[in-house]
Design a protein around this ligand. Structure first.
Ligand SMILES: [Zn+2]
Length: 344
C-alpha cells in the first residue's frame, strides 16, 4: 500500500483505529487500519537485521508514530498495535525463539520492546498467521469462515484461521504447515529446519532454485541453463519466464513444486477441512491470469482431486491470495482488533 492515493481518508475511517506491523527479514511494513480493515496510512523501511533486535524494535515503535504523523492523529487515537514476526516464537511471553532469517535475535522479548517504544499495547502473532488473518478478513478468503494460507517464498509459511480464531497451538507452533511431512522416503530432501521430507523442502522458492540448479547440471543445453550461463540470476522469476517461453524442463520444475504442494494441501484438508486453501507469497507466478500461474494452481488442484474425498475435491476452494505484501500488516492489525474487542 505504498501509493497514498489508495489510502482511505481519515474522515471516512470507521473508529477505532489499529496499527499493524509486519517484521520480515528484509523489510518492516507498518500500516494504520480502520475498524473495517481499510488502510489509512502505510510506512516501510529496511529491517537492517544485522543491527540487532533492539534497534529494529525502536524503529518499529517509531514507525507507529510515523503512521500517526502521516494520518494526522495522536498516538492515543490508536486502540492497539498488532505485531507479526517470523517464528518460531513464544506467543504468551512475546519472545522470538529462533528466527532463521534474523540471526542473533534469539530469545529477544520483541513484543514488550515494541510496546515500550510505541507506547501502546501490542498483540503478538506469527507472521504467516497474521497474513492468513489478513486474507481471511480483507482478502481472497473474505467470504469464508475458515482458511488455510500457504505462503511460498524463501520458506513455506502457514496460517490457519477458523471463525476468527488463529490456530497458534499449545506451544506457539500451530499452523507450521511448511513443516508437514510430504515425503517419508530415504531420499527425501532436507528442510532448512534440519528435518527431511517437509513441504518447505519441495515447494519454496529456495527449493525450486535448488532443484533447478540440479537440472542445469543434468541438461546444460536447456534454455534455462543457457540463460544462467549468460549471467542471469537463477530465480523463480527466471524459471517462470523460461517456462512461459516454452522451456519444458523449467515448466516441469514448477509443476513438480505444485505436485508436492498438492500433497501437503490434502493433509491439511483432511486435518482441518477448511472452506478455502489460499496460496500466497512470492512464488505465485503472476497469479491465475498468467499462463504459468494458472498451470501451477491447476496442478495443485489436480493433485488434490486425485488424493482426497469427492466431497472435499468438489467443495474446497483453492485460489491465490489477493493482498500480496499487505496481508501481514493488515492481518496483524486485525488480530489487534480482536484482542481489543475481547478486552473492552
Ligand atoms: Zn521443516
Amino acid at each position: 500500500m505504498q501509493d497514498p492515493s489508495r489510502w482511505l481518508p481519515l474522515a471516512s475511517a470507521q473508529q477505532p483505529l489499529y496499527a499493524g506491523v509486519d517484521l520480515g527479514g528484509t523489510n518492516i511494513k507498518a500500516g494504520l487500519v480502520d475498524d473495517l480493515g481499510r488502510t489509512i496510512a502505510f510506512h516501510t523501511e529496511p529491517t537492517h537485521a544485522a543491527r540487532g533486535p533492539e534497534d529494529a524494535a525502536a524503529r518499529m515503535g517509531r514507525s507507529v508514530h510515523t503512521l500517526c504523523a502521516l494520518a494526522g492523529i495522536a498516538i492515543d487515537d490508536i486502540a492497539r498495535v498488532g505485531l507479526g514476526t517470523p517464528g518460531p516464537q513464544d506467543l504468551p511471553t512475546g519472545v522470538i525463539i529462533r528466527a532463521g532469517n534474523l540471526p542473533g535475535w534469539d530469545g529477544f522479548p520483541i513484543r514488550d520492546r515494541v510496546a515500550l517504544h510505541c507506547g501502546l499495547p501490542v498483540t503478538f502473532a506469527n507472521d504467516a498467521n497474521a497474513a492468513a488473518y489478513g486474507e481471511f478478513w480483507m482478502g481472497s478468503a473474505k467470504e469464508f469462515s475458515s482458511l488455510v494460507l500457504l505462503t511460498l517464498g524463501t520458506g513455506v509459511g502457514g496460517g490457519i484461521i477458523i471463525g476468527d480464531l488463529s490456530i497458534d497451538g499449545a506451544h506457539s507452533h500451530g499452523s507450521e504447515c511448511g513443516h508437514i511431512i510430504v515425503d517419508s522416503s530415504e531420499t527425501a530432501r532436507k528442510c532448512p529446519c534440519g528435518q527431511p521430507g517437509h513441504l518447505e523442502a519441495y515447494s519454496s522458492a529456495t527449493s525450486l532454485k535448488a532443484r533447478a540448479q540440479e537440472s542445469l547440471q543434468a541438461d546444460p543445453t536447456s534454455p534455462l541453463a543457457r540463460a544462467v550461463a549468460a549471467g542471469e540470476e537463477l530465480s523463480p522469476i527466471l524459471i517462470a519466464r523460461e517456462a512461459a517461453a516454452g522451456d519444458s524442463r523449467a515448466l516441469e520444475l514448477i509443476l513438480e513444486a505444485a505436485r508436492w504442494l498438492g500433497i501437503g494441501v490434502v493433509t491439511l484438508m483432511h486435518t482441518i477441512d477448511p472452506e478455502a486453501v489460499v496460496i500466497g507469497g512470492a512464488m505465485t507466478f503472476g497469479g491465475e491470469a498468467a499462463p504459468v500461474g494458472k498451470a501451477f494452481i491447476d496442478r495443485v488442484r489436480d493433485e488434490v482431486r486425485a488424493r482426497t474425498f469427492p466431497t472435499l475435491a468438489a467443495k474446497t476452494v483453492i485460489r491465490y491470495a489477493s493482498l500480496g505484501g499487505d496481508a501481514g500488516y493488515i492481518g496483524a492489525a486485525g488480530l489487534a482488533r480482536l484482542a481489543h474487542r475481547a478486552t473492552s
